[in-house]
Design a protein around this ligand. Structure first.
Ligand code: TLP
Length: 344
């Protein structure tokens, strides 16, 4: 099966499996797991922050970050296509009593600065206080677009002007860094916290990290315990994450090249609507017209290919490239699309 539904479908490498089996471990709730500590130190270094915290998932990492920055009744500003808004079960409001104010995302994953500034509440008896801006880099539902350091600088200035904090959902921030050819720390400089995932293109089986100041991470550690994310001999899984950060970052470029190749080739097939100039990392979205979406998925599955239909009514599909899909397999996918759809 060629599984393009998500980069979460990547399997751990052989060296990860060996490292997991052999990891030196301890009780991480007591901060006695040397492998977790090593991973956290590495994550803090990569993101240019003082400290980091190993958490079970990206969703929990975002939740912990928002809960650590805000009090009940505070408001956060975030994009209307953001993962926190669309795909995290409303956790920030359900569990934190935090009010999410969604603002329109542009196609490149940014939120216009004028719109952000207008979204900040003024002191008024009717308004919740704005506390935090949440950005997403790369932006999953905006074609995996990377946010540029120049944009981050402008948002950073805005946040300083109004005394706001910035959190980055950086589930795929290593993809952004590779695509933009900058160190991750350049993308996180302006942020007070960043969450990134090991379990997506970086191929680890589980885990994400929250990074920030030492004071912020102390707070986040307590919140992690509160939401049940304190793990014990977590070094067994952290060991895989160390391999992700040391060995598997640079190869993300291959996934980006494969995504570009796939997008370029399918963009002129019958019924496909796709802006190939917009593909900068490993995620492709396209619209399909004139063919029933479920039928298309069935036909692909017969050819051992899986992609994701994200919106049945609008016929929107997503394909995500990753380590377990080779260039040769992408060629197979292109041929299969062609045999189902034909050329324009
Ligand atoms: N994204 C998943 C699905 O939930 C959509 C995927 O297949 O892309 N932030 C971003 C930007 C994400 O894309 C995801 C996962 C998360 C956070 C949450 O990470 P996990 O799945 O570890 O909770």
């Amino acid at each position: 099966m060629i599984d393009l539904r998500s980069d979460t479908f990547t399997y751990p490498t052989k060296s990860m499996r060996e490292a997991m089996a052999m990891a030196e471990v301890g009780d991480d709730v007591f901060q006695e797991d040397p492998t977790v500590k090593k991973l956290e130190t590495l994550a803090a270094e990569k993101t240019g922050k003082e400290a980091a915290l190993f958490v079970p998932s990206g969703t929990m990492g975002n939740l912990i970050s928002v809960l650590s920055h805000c009090h009940r009744g505070d408001e956060i500003l975030l994009g209307d296509k953001s993962h926190i808004s669309l795909y995290e079960v409303g956790g920030v409001s359900a569990l934190g009593g935090i009010h999410p104010r969604t603002l329109p995302n542009n196609n490149d994953g940014t939120i216009s600065i004028e719109i952000l500034e207008k979204g900040i509440r003024h002191l008024d008896i009717h308004s919740p206080p704005t506390r935090l801006i949440c950005l997403e880099n790369t932006h999953n539902f905006c074609q995996g677009s990377p946010l540029h350091p120049d944009y981050m600088m402008i948002v950073g200035d805005l946040a300083k002007k109004y005394g706001l904090k910035i959190h980055i959902d950086g589930a795929r921030i290593f993809n952004a860094a590779v695509a933009l050819k900058v160190p991750v720390s350049k993308l996180t400089e302006q942020a007070d916290s960043v969450m990134f995932c090991l379990s997506k293109g970086l191929s680890a089986p589980v885990g994400s990290l929250v990074c920030g100041s030492a004071e912020f991470i102390d707070k986040a550690r307590k919140v992690r315990k509160m939401v049940g994310g304190g793990m014990r001999q977590a070094g067994h899984i952290a060991a895989a994450g160390i391999i992700s950060l040391v060995n598997l970052v640079d190869r993300l470029q291959e996934d980006h090249e494969n995504a570009k190749m796939l997008a370029t080739q399918i963009s002129d097939m019958k019924g496909i609507e796709l802006d190939k100039s917009n593909i900068k990392t490993n995620i492709i979205f396209f619209k399909l017209k004139g063919l029933d979406g479920n039928l298309f998925l069935q036909q692909l599955e017969k050819k051992q290919i899986k992609i994701l239909m994200t919106d049945t009514d609008a016929g929107i599909f997503r394909a995500v490239l990753h380590r377990d899909v080779s260039k040769k397999q992408v060629e197979t996918v292109i041929k299969s699309f062609e045999s189902i759809l034909g050329k324009e």
